[in-house]
Design a protein around this ligand. Structure first.
Ligand code: ADP
Length: 176
């Protein structure tokens, strides 16, 4: 069987992860793995943080739930946390970035509490997820892409699709 890469699409909530992942899955045939959905389906949500109004995830249980599939390759991992996945599973990490005023409007539309909204905007300004990605993975597999405007969605998806095609060509040389 042809080898396929696994990609993480990460970024602060609202930067466009699920939008990019859906289009990318269509364009590449890789499988979109929404970690929020996996966590729900496998009861990985442990405790509810009242203040942040969000659930904490049992990461070991989550990794156990996806390990057998993801190890085979061919997945697009969609989550705002990027640094818990073993390095050996991951071929590319895309960190989506959005200007804070644009992100503010997107999150406001989601009815986030002021506290949750502020936390996320601060995290984006401080580029928390980008730093986490750079710490967890080799720097040359981490790329940062802007996601402010609709045009950028298309160009980002094209760019990542081209990367996937190149990866496949490089990693399946003796197969045909
Ligand atoms: N580059 C972009 N340009 C315009 N709108 C965008 C862009 N990226 C995302 N959006 C919009 O922002 C909202 C949040 O996107 P979503 O993909 O749900 O983000 P995430 O999965 O990171 O939380 C959606 O309404 C989506 O249509």
């Amino acid at each position: 069987m042809a080898k396929l890469p696994t990609i993480i699409i990460t970024g602060t909530p609202g930067t466009g992860k699920s939008t990019h992942c859906e289009l990318l899955a269509e364009a590449t045939g890789l499988k979109h793995l929404s970690i929020n959905q996996v966590a729900k389906d496998n009861n990985c949500y442990e405790t509810f943080d009242e203040e942040l109004k969000s659930w904490e995830v049992d990461e070991d249980k989550l990794l156990d739930a996806i390990e057998d599939d993801v190890k085979k390759g061919g997945y697009i991992i969609d989550w705002h946390v990027c640094d818990i996945f073993p390095k050996s599973w991951i071929d590319l990490v895309v960190v989506l970035r959005t200007d804070n005023t644009v992100l503010f409007d997107r999150l406001k539309a989601r009815d986030y509490s002021d506290k949750k909204l502020d936390e996320n905007i601060d995290a984006e300004i401080m580029q928390v997820i980008l730093e986490e990605a750079r710490e967890a993975y080799d720097e040359d597999i981490v790329i940062e892409l802007q996601s402010n405007e609709t045009d950028e969605i298309e160009s980002n998806v094209e760019r990542i699709t081209a990367w996937v095609e190149q990866w496949k060509a490089n990693n399946n040389e003796s197969e045909d």
